[in-house]
Design a binder for this molecule. Structure first.
Ligand SMILES: Cc1cc2nc3c(=O)[nH]c(=O)nc-3n(C[C@H](O)[C@H](O)[C@H](O)COP(=O)(O)O)c2cc1C
Length: 163
């Protein structure tokens, strides 16, 4: 059994979750940032992580889906500023699921990640984004220990699906 954790992370939040997932895996395993990934062959499962940007998957993270073998079993994870379980992060996963149409998605996991203060300041200046900016502010401190523990549970449950 061999697993890969690959992720895109601009400010470090998704990387923290990626490392927690990697730590929870008790098989042969690699962890590689998406931008350094060259060969994704030979894995039983690939965990792919990205931050939500503009309710979607950032372009730099989208590139990974082209590298994955057809029929590859994957598990998606993301971090986002908005509240967990809300409509906005769900939209980003729907986008990712569309991009991964040639792969077998075993599950998804999302948790909050603190939002860069420059993004919040820029959003606050635009009345149409003010509500979102206020929500984003409360993501401070995430991902926290509880989020990382949930990420590890997610990793274990994905592994148990492999049989
Ligand atoms: C340019 C930009 C756009 C973002 N857009 C969203 C968004 O649409 N929805 C959301 O919930 N969070 C959004 N965020 C917040 C990030 O998803 C969140 O801070 C995430 O944890 C960052 O992960 P990273 O540290 O791995 O880059 C945005 C952040 C940036 C920098």
């Amino acid at each position: 059994m061999k697993a890969l954790v690959t992720y895109f992370s601009q400010t470090g939040n998704t990387e923290k979750v990626a490392r927690a997932i990697h730590e929870a895996l008790h098989v042969r395993k690699d962890i590689v940032p998406i931008q350094d990934l060259q060969d994704a062959g030979g894995y039983d499962i690939i965990f792919c992580g990205f931050p939500v940007h503009a309710h979607s998957v950032p372009g730099k993270a989208q590139a990974v889906f082209k590298l994955l073998p057809e029929g590859q079993r994957i598990a998606l994870f993301s971090t986002h500023g908005s509240l967990r379980g809300g409509q906005l992060p769900k939209q980003a996963f729907e986008h990712a699921v569309g991009l991964a149409s040639k792969h077998k998605i075993l599950g998804t996991f999302g948790c909050r990640g603190k939002v860069d203060h420059r993004v919040i300041e820029a959003l606050m200046k635009q009345p149409e984004h003010k509500a979102w900016a206020e929500e984003a502010m409360s993501a401070e401190g995430h991902p926290n220990e509880a989020d990382l523990a949930d990420a590890k549970d997610f990793a274990r449950s994905m592994m148990s699906k492999l049989g």
